[in-house]
Structures are given as structure tokens and as C-alpha cells.
Design a protein around this ligand. Structure first.
Ligand code: PEP
Ligand code: MN
Length: 345
């Protein structure tokens, strides 16, 4: 930790700062420059984070040396992490291709969509059984019935299942049926939920909150990691912007930024980021080109009757076209779309 003192800090104040550091049982290193005096504190930064150092008279700025997310940081783990979702790898050169409808809907439709995206090369199937909706009057999902249906579909096609969990009390139930637990943008900072998924043995897909910084996202990942669950994949799904032409603002720079700060894989979700089927393919490819470890796309065979997010769904034929472009790009980037695990009969 480095303390930058005010330019008008008095000798008494400087002396007091050094005394405070010593009182914490830590060593200091004083450096008097022409314009500013700097105090380097040597010792456990975690312990120091809890101290109100900025409140000491004469201190202008407190500059941490290490990031506050210890377990999620690259310093802690220089190699990229590879997350294993029931045999499908994400990260470290392996791409996770998640596709499926926004909500779990009727049975025949689910089988139809899953068959189509599986044929196109998706390696994970998604669908929300619990939907966090802006309006309490909108469709809230099929609940446990939806989870059972997802499991059936996953087993039929050998596709691991990703689905959202919206409440800490539901983690156990969702984990019984799903291969990966999704924490949605609206729940990114639901710390009780993060703690509970952190205690689960299922991998977690943590979506960036719509008003969250990259630092916030990594701190939320830290909650999960701190509970012992190391299988975390991050997801850039767009943040609030001022232009209503797109649903959100696709922050593609977050992908290489996260990779420079953290060992955790990060995928992109151009469906929620743009809200527009015409923009999804370009943004999916841009995400991969920026280094994303996978792509999450909503697909529906009849978007006009979808129970949620129909306006942004790709048709199976459009997804097929996008998958063939993503395959070519993956090859050019030297990455592999993770193969499906051997089907267990
Ligand atoms: C979803 O994946 O359908 C969803 C609700 O996503 P987000 O949390 O990113 O809005
Ligand atoms: Mn959706």
C-alpha cells in the first residue's frame, strides 16, 4: 500500500502518519520528493484495506499495490483457468458455445431448438426456468418443471445444461438438475446468492451487472471463489448506455481487460448486449476476436411467440450460419470449440 501525502502536509503530520503505521505493527518507507512525500507500507495489504488510512491528517491518496480480488487475480494464478462443465471445457483455448431460448417453454419446442443448436455445433444448452423479470406480471418461468425438462433435453442430446438461479434458497434444487448455474446481471451483487453458489459443486456463469464495473464483476467472482468454488466463468452481456438504439452497450474491451487482470474465463453474450438479431453475429465474432472464451446466444424457432426476449432471438438457421463463421474464426485464432463429452447411455 502506498500513501501519497498532501503537498502541504506538515512535518508533524508526516511523523503522525509514520506512528500510525507502526501502531498497526507494520513497516514503512518514507520518500520525500520535491513536490510530494510518499509513504510505502510494507505488510499484509488485506489487513490494511480495513484501516481508514485516508482519514489520517495529511494523507491525500491511498494507492493499493495489489488488486482487492485476491483469488480471481492473475497474480494469484498466472495461467488461464479452464472450467469444466460436465466434460465441456471453457477457457485456456477451449470455447464454450451456449445456445437456447431465453425461457424454458413447452416440451416439443425445447427438443426442437436443442436438436437444431446441437447440429449447428453448440456445446451447452441454455434456458431459464426461473426468470428475473422487470415486471412482476411478466412470465416468471416454469420453475422446477422447467428444470426437469431441461435435464431431459440435455440427456437426450448429450448437451450440458446452463440455467439461471435467482434465489439462494433455490441453489440446491437447480444444482440437482443443471450442469452450470447462471447468476444473472440483476443478481450479480446478490451476495447471499454468490455465497450459496460458491458452496455448490456446480460451475457458475456469472454475468456482469448492467451498471457494474469490471472491478465490481471481479469482486463478485471473488465471493464465489472465497467459498471454495473455483469453477467460475464470467460473461460480458452489455452495460447501460445512453443510446436506446441497442438494448445495452456491448463492452468488448472488457474481454481483454478481464484477461489481463484475472485467470478466469470470460464469454460474451451479444444477445442481451445488443437486443437486436441483426447485430448479434458481428458482435459475437468481435467478442471472439477480442479473446472471449465462448459465446452465449439466445435461439428460438418462432421468436414471435417466445415467452421472453423473442425480439432478440436468432432463428436456428441464423445460428447455424453464425456457428460456421465462429468455427472459421476459432480456427484462425488457434482455439477449439470444446467437443461434447461422450454420451452416457
Ligand atoms: C438471460 O440470460 O436470459 C438473462 C436474463 O440475462 P441477463 O441476466 O444478462 O439479463
Ligand atoms: Mn434473455
Amino acid at each position: 500500500m502506498i500513501l501519497i501525502l498532501k503537498s502541504n502536509a506538515t512535518d508533524e503530520q508526516i511523523e503522525h502518519v509514520l506512528e500510525r503505521v507502526e501502531a498497526m505493527g507494520l513497516q514503512h518507507h518514507l520518500s520525500r520528493g520535491t513536490y510530494r512525500t510518499i509513504v510505502g507500507i510494507i505488510g499484509d495489504e488485506e489487513q490494511l484495506r480495513e484501516e481508514p488510512l485516508r482519514a489520517i491528517p495529511g494523507v491525500a491518496k491511498v494507492v493499493p499495490v495489489l488488486p482487492p480480488y485476491k483469488l480471481a487475480s492473475r497474480d494469484a494464478h498466472p495461467e488461464p483457468s479452464v472450467v469444466d462443465v460436465s466434460g465441456v471445457k471453457i477457457g485456456g483455448g477451449y470455447l464454450g458455445m451456449i445456445a437456447g431460448p431465453c425461457s424454458v417453454e413447452d416440451r416439443d419446442r425445447m427438443f426442437r431448438i436443442a436438436e437444431a443448436v446441437c447440429e449447428s455445433g453448440a456445446n451447452l444448452f441454455r434456458g431459464g426456468a426461473y426468470k428475473p423479470r422487470t415486471s412482476p406480471y411478466s412470465f416468471q418461468g416454469l420453475g422446477e418443471e422447467g428444470l426437469k425438462l431441461l435435464r431431459e433435453v440435455g440427456d437426450k442430446f448429450g448437451l450440458p445444461i446452463v440455467t439461471e438461479v435467482t434465489d439462494p434458497r433455490l441453489v440446491e434444487t437447480v444444482a440437482q438438475h443443471a450442469d452450470m448455474l447462471q447468476v444473472g446481471a440483476r443478481n450479480m451483487q446478490n451476495f447471499a446468492l454468490l455465497t450459496e453458489v460458491g458452496r455448490s459443486d456446480r460451475p457458475v456463469l456469472l454475468k456482469r451487472g448492467m451498471s457494474a464495473t469490471v472491478n465490481d464483476l471481479l469482486m463478485c467472482a471473488e465471493y464465489i471463489l472465497s467459498q471454495g468454488n473455483s469453477q467460475v466463468v464470467l460473461c460480458e452481456r452489455g452495460i447501460k448506455g445512453f443510446d436506446s438504439a441497442t438494448r445495452n452497450l456491448f463492452d468488448v474491451a472488457a474481454v481483454p481487460l478481464v484477461h489481463s487482470l484475472s485467470h478466469l474465463p470470460i464469454i460474451v453474450d451479444p444477445s442481451h448486449a445488443t437486443g437486436r438479431p441483426d447485430l448479434i453475429p458481428s458482435c459475437a465474432l468481435a467478442g471472439l476476436a477480442a479473446g472471449a472464451d465462448g459465446v452465449h446466444v439466445e435461439v428460438h424457432d418462432c421468436p414471435e411467440v417466445a415467452k421472453s426476449d423473442g425480439q432478440q432471438a436468432l432463428l436456428p438457421s441464423q445460428y447455424d450460419e453464425l456457428m460456421s463463421q465462429m468455427r472459421q474464426l476459432a480456427q484462425a485464432l488457434g482455439k477449439e470449440i470444446s467437443p461434447l463429452p461422450e454420451k452416457q447411455f
